[in-house]
Ligand binder design. Structure first.
Ligand SMILES: Cc1cc2nc3c(=O)[nH]c(=O)nc-3n(C[C@H](O)[C@H](O)[C@H](O)COP(=O)(O)OP(=O)(O)OC[C@H]3O[C@@H](n4cnc5c(N)ncnc54)[C@H](O)[C@@H]3O)c2cc1C
Ligand SMILES: NC(=O)c1ccc[n+]([C@@H]2O[C@H](COP(=O)([O-])OP(=O)(O)OC[C@H]3O[C@@H](n4cnc5c(N)ncnc54)[C@H](O)[C@@H]3O)[C@@H](O)[C@H]2O)c1
Length: 443
């Protein structure tokens, strides 16, 4: 029996347990109540394990529900409605006689309400004690990666958390990093009237995605008034009485330039969070990126200690963390468990949404519609799928299912899809793989 890392619990500010028993001699102690941790704890309780979930926040839900997926999607939705009201309603014959205006405080209250509804303050017991446990699951998630030259102050230089709390619509915003957070949050503030410039170190945005899809997305976002500086790095920031001055230069070095902003969002990625756990004291190894090292069964280098979610390798996504939490607990219970990492969807919630179900960058030698399918030449099985368009986040499920079940493009091409629907584009893309498209679905 292992002692549930005295440090993990001892350094935790609060101990929260919900629908799971807490007390001595636990079968499982889960450290972290995010998507990886709370799903694992619930599954463990369902399987009859005595389980305690330790969370230092006053609420469950982790990054995703408190400061990530949920609040960001809430403001994406609100700002989208505003964008529609100001730019699209008229063409539908809907007139707003006085014009649409923004009440930012109300928008933020609505976002906070969405978070509250899902995380609902759980009763918190602030206690420090030792919980003996047979197994421990580390699900402590991740934190914002920082830039030493642009220190976050949560006032004018903000992370994804601060950018969801702004009290005024800034006139100018520099977004450092053209990844998921940069593009989603850049879209939100641009829609609300901010002049947004995305500074990206690489020569492309959303580098984890297919190059051609990324280029298409950038064209669309430019039409939505977002500006981009690719292959550019920020090398310094100074505050002035009227805002911020950022020094930028080409990523490869070269002539420097000054850009001004009222708010800077640092969104250059996230790093695993293991501070205060004392992993070294119990022999849990981390790799050079700070990720807890695990084997295919989520076992760390210390017996009885497992890890899942953002704190381990792989994409930092809520559904990946959840799935790992489920499977890790099932493995602990002696059940078989496996995750197909080739079939984990990713969705960027810009307008239009962009979705993929595997990173395959094929160089772009095919007809691009709204859906791009990559299949194995020999077996015709679907290897990857990318969608850009309205509802892409929902549509990608068809791609994930195809990958998971080994479906061929011929089989998709034979499958009747209702008309008129967006999902018809899947069939068209599958037909294209055999040179027989009947339509072209273009943006
Ligand atoms: C702005 C933003 C938007 C996002 N949008 C999406 C999205 O749309 N879709 C998506 O799939 N993913 C999204 N993500 C990513 C998603 O939030 C993470 O992948 C997910 O939350 C990871 O889950 P986790 O359980 O591994 O970690 P977390 O959710 O980070 O949870 C870890 C928990 O552990 C707690 N903890 C840490 N150390 C200790 C300790 N010592 N003792 C006790 N508790 C501790 C933390 O307080 C935290 O609550 C977004 C992230 C951000 C920042
Ligand atoms: N819709 C979603 O699923 C969603 C939404 C938000 C966040 N997330 C998760 O949160 C994680 C963090 O998001 P993120 O957008 O911060 O990271 P990211 O990894 O998606 O993007 C970071 C971007 O910053 C760039 N970059 C890195 N260093 C830079 C520098 N010094 N200067 C300029 N650019 C630089 C990278 O090339 C990359 O394009 C993501 O990896 C994702 O897993 C997911």
């Amino acid at each position: 029996m292992i002692r549930a890392s005295t440090r993990a619990v001892g350094r935790t500010e609060g101990l929260v347990s919900r629908s799971m028993s807490s007390g001595p001699a636990q079968d499982l102690v889960v450290i972290g109540g995010g998507p990886g941790g709370y799903v694992a704890a619930i599954r463990a309780a369902q399987l009859g394990m005595k389980t305690t979930c330790v969370e230092k926040r006053g609420t469950l839900g982790g990054t995703c529900l408190n400061v990530g997926c949920i609040p960001s999607k809430a403001v994406l939705h609100s700002s989208h409605l505003y964008e529609e009201a100001t730019h699209s309603f008229k063409s539908h014959g809907i007139n707003l006689p006085g014009g649409a205006t923004i009440d930012l405080q109300q928008m933020m209250r609505k976002k906070d309400q969405s978070v509250f509804n899902l995380t609902r303050g759980v009763e918190e017991s602030r206690m420090r004690r030792v919980i003996p446990a047979k197994n421990i699951l580390i699900a402590t998630g991740s934190e914002v990666s920082t830039l030493p030259t642009v220190p976050i102050d949560d006032q004018t230089i903000v992370s994804s958390t601060g950018v969801l709390e702004l009290s005024d619509v800034p006139r100018r915003m520099i977004v450092i990093g053209g990844g998921y957070i940069g593009l989603e949050m850049g879209s939100v503030w641009s829609r609300l009237g901010t002049e947004v410039t995305v500074v990206e170190f690489l020569d492309r945005i959303v580098p984890a995605m297919d190059r051609e899809i990324g280029a298409q997305l950038m064209r669309i976002l430019k039409k939505q008034r977002l500006n981009f500086k690719l292959s550019t790095k920020v090398v310094g920031a100074t505050k002035t009485p009227v805002g911020l001055r950022l020094t930028v230069e080409p990523s490869a070095g070269g002539v420097q330039e000054i850009v001004e902003a009222d708010v800077v969002l640092v969104s250059i990625g996230r790093r695993p969070y293991t501070a205060g756990l004392g992993l070294e004291n119990v022999g849990v190894q981390v790799d050079r990126r700070g990720q807890v090292s695990i084997d295919d069964h989520f076992r760390t280098s210390a017996q009885g200690v497992y890890a899942v979610g953002d704190v381990v390798r792989g994409p930092m996504l809520a559904h990946k963390a959840e799935d790992e939490g489920l499977v890790a607990v099932e493995i602990m219970a002696g059940m078989p468990g496996h995750i197909n990492y080739n079939a984990i969807p990713v969705v960027v919630y810009t307008n239009p949404e962009v979705a993929m179900a595997k990173t395959y960058d094929s160089g772009g030698d095919y007809a691009l519609g709204m859906v791009k399918i990559l299949s194995d030449k020999a077996t015709d099985k679907v290897l990857g799928m990318h969608v850009i368009g309205p509802g892409a986040g929902e549509m990608i499920a068809e791609g994930v299912l195809a990958i998971e079940t080994g479906t061929t493009t011929k089989e998709i091409a034979k499958t009747v899809h209702a008309h008129p629907t967006l999902s018809e584009a899947f069939r068209e893309a599958a037909m294209s793989a055999h040179g027989k498209p009947t339509n072209y679905y273009k943006m």
